[in-house]
Design a protein around this ligand. Structure first.
Ligand code: 2RA
Length: 334
């Protein structure tokens, strides 16, 4: 029998991707339910050739039985409705940041730490997009060499801020006087070193997510992480310049081979042929692309790399769907 899956926030940018990815990856679904708050309830969403009406999200519908409920409706909706669904015995995969750092909530990237899902039922947190792609890329290196310090700068697409930001960039490209509403500055032709709110230590919440989520997923609080998160005028696909200070001397040949063999990674690194990943090519794919691998000129333990992934797919929807796949595999293994 197929699965019963509900999507909360089904009309948003991530919710729509979740539907797309579930259908594309041929997850065996018998019963699909789509939910949203009253502004979007009643809308029609196409599932292959079938029209489906988006239902109103209520406490009652969350108490029904589902195999999986995927949440992509923001932190306050998750805070209120995810515990109701979990108390009713459901597995909830939540894309908001609300539960990520709670001690008993698994924060999962299936390629890296799916073992924490074994025997677990309840709320599972999907990491932030900028954290996910960085960890997919560095985990194989971390396992072999250990990491002392990470210095990372992100180049994040506007789709990370939802449909309104996509529209804002589209409109500003056509009309240079179109006002900025989503961001503090014009995004077209610009880059803005400010994602989410500033903390009193000068880092933004987006940057601190990269620190604390990385510690939790790799189960290693000793890694020193220094992020700068920047919004750029790209529609889909986040890029990251990552510098790693490893615990042992870098062997580029060995690291290339580790990345080539790693699950979920495409190594695209041939400078003599101008081969390196860019967000346009990552768009609508489920991989994390790595290029520009190079050993530090000064520090034999230093390594630079460039990491690109589709933020709405591997950074959100795909990772959530891969969590379903990982749990289904664990069930089959018994
Ligand atoms: C962004 N990280 O790109 C966010 C989305 N979760 O703004």
């Amino acid at each position: 029998m197929g699965l019963k899956i509900g999507i909360v926030g089904a009309t948003g940018a991530v919710g729509q991707k979740m539907i797309e990815v579930i259908l594309e990856r041929n997850i065996d679904v018998d019963n699909f339910r789509l939910f949203a708050s009253k502004n979007s309830a009643g809308k029609i969403v196409k599932l292959r050739d079938k029209d489906m009406t988006v239902e109103l999200l209520t406490e009652e519908v969350m108490k029904e039985k589902y195999d999986y409920l995927l949440f992509a409706a923001g932190g306050s909706i998750s805070e209120k409705f995810a515990p109701i669904a979990a108390d009713a015995g459901n597995i909830v995969i939540d894309n908001s940041s609300h539960f990520r750092m709670m001690e008993n909530i698994p924060l999962v990237i299936p390629e890296v730490n799916s073992h924490v899902l074994r025997g677990y039922r309840g709320i599972i947190a999907n990491p932030n997009c900028s954290t996910t792609q960085m960890i997919v890329a560095i985990a194989p290196i971390y396992k072999k060499y250990g990491i002392k310090r990470i210095v990372v700068s992100t180049y994040q697409a506007v789709s990370g801020s939802g449909y309104k930001a996509i529209e804002e960039l589209e409109n500003q490209i056509k009309d240079k006087d179109y006002p900025n509403k989503v961001y503090t500055r014009k995004i077209a032709g610009n880059c803005i070193p400010h994602i989410d709110v500033f903390n009193e230590n000068g880092f933004t919440k987006e940057e601190l997510k990269m620190v604390y989520e990385t510690h939790k997923i790799l189960d290693d609080e000793s890694i020193e992480i220094n992020p700068t998160a920047v919004r750029i005028p790209v529609f889909y696909g986040h890029s990251e310049s990552v510098y790693l200070e490893l615990k042992e001397e870098v062997n580029i040949k060995e690291i290339r081979s580790l990345l080539e063999k790693a699950e979920g990674i495409v190594l695209e690194d041939e400078p003599s042929e101008n081969k390196y990943p860019t967000p346009l090519q990552a768009e609508n794919t489920d991989y994390t692309y790595v290029g520009r691998l190079r050993k530090d000129i000064y520090d034999p333990k230093g390594l630079s790399l460039w990491v690109v992934a589709d933020n709405l797919r591997k950074g959100a929807a795909t990772n959530a769907v891969q969590i379903i796949e990982a749990i289904e595999t664990i069930k089959l293994e018994g």
